[in-house]
Write a protein that binds this ligand. Structure first.
Ligand code: FES
Length: 151
């Protein structure tokens, strides 16, 4: 009888020790891996549905048949002034693997140097691997100011 009670106390003690060890290991793993995972996974930033940016160049400064890269949110944008003097704006992020595209004056197209993707001046993908057109951005010209918008 006394031996049976001692065995039950030992079993209860072992269960408590096992539970404490298991809990301690779980806390240890969480305290090690949570900060690592938190560091590696970037936080999601809520981007507003509409956004506009006033470009640093005056309309008169832009020569025909030229393109300029600007910052639009956290990504690059591309402003093109065609040889006919028309302004167009796109996201400068290639739809293939997100390289930055550029305007080629000699060919009057938009080119991605990463894998030789080519877009026309409407942003349409016309050769190379890009699967979709460039995202168009809206333009608003007020006097000499150029405002680019999305949304
Ligand atoms: S990333 Fe632009 S063509 Fe591949």
């Amino acid at each position: 009888m006394v031996v049976q009670q001692q065995d039950e106390q030992v079993d209860r003690g072992r269960r408590v020790v096992n539970w404490l060890l298991g809990s301690s290991l779980a806390v240890l793993f969480v305290s090690i891996f949570y900060p690592i995972v938190k560091y590696l996974v970037p936080p999601k930033l809520a981007e507003p549905m509409t956004f506009s940016v006033t470009l640093p160049w005056k309309l008169a400064e832009l020569k025909a048949n030229s393109g300029r890269i600007f910052r639009f949110r956290s990504l690059p944008g591309l402003l093109v002034k065609t040889s006919g003097g028309e302004l167009r704006a796109f996201s400068a992020v290639c739809t293939h693997l997100q390289c930055t595209v550029q305007y080629r004056e000699d060919r009057q197209d938009i080119w991605c140097a990463c894998h030789n993707g080519v877009y026309d001046l409407n942003g349409k993908n016309i050769s190379g691997p890009p699967p979709r057109p460039l995202e168009p951005l809206k333009l608003n010209v007020r006097g000499d100011q150029i405002i680019v918008m999305k949304g």
